[in-house]
Design a protein around this ligand. Sequence first.
Ligand code: PLP
Length: 225
Amino acid sequence: MISENLREVRQEIQKSCALVARPTASVTLVGVTKYASLEQTKELINAGVRHLGENRADKFLLKKQALADFPDLTWHFIGNLQRRKVKSIVDEIDYLHSLDNLSLAGEIQKRAHKELKCFVEVNVSGEESKQGIPVAEFEDFIAALAGYDKIKVVGLMTMAPFASTAAEQRDVFTQLALLRDQIQSKALSWAPCHELSMGMSNDYPVAIEAGATFVRVGSALFQEE
Ligand SMILES: *Cc1c(COP(=O)(O)O)cnc(C)c1O
């Protein structure tokens, strides 16, 4: 049951926060609804989740429209965003978790009518198949975003390698936290960069211990039994 799954995830978040002496409220749970039906999504909202994550522009728009009766939702776009889809969603989402190239930044700048909160996605693990800007380039990338007044870099995002061990996950998440600190210490007006979006169903406890402020959890909320 979704409400039971949610209770367990919240408990796990609380436990991980306690381990590192962080307040539970310092972690925002983004319920990833990309595999969930509309009914399941409503069930999750009714159970108390207000931050929702989607990764396909068309599906997101349909879902948002269908859920218009819930006025207090915050929408996170967590997937690879194609340039040609920017126009249709940029004013409809609250956070973009996957900013990793200037061509996308330019399209957002051109199409957005208000400032968009963005996470710069960093490929910390160096996996070739991964989205995200390489670590070696990410500082220059953030510097280059100075001229884009529609983009506010609120934090960094990453994904641990597929099928990685807890130790490998911890390593990746800890590195992202250090990169975040590095940018944050510059106090850039366009990149306050205080947030860390990291942790999915199989690694969010480790991510929280390493400092995650947004966890993106899907399958753990919607699994059966
Ligand atoms: C699907 C997805 C998630 C959620 O994954 P689960 O393993 O189902 O929790 C989180 N982040 C991104 C970028 C995703 O695409």
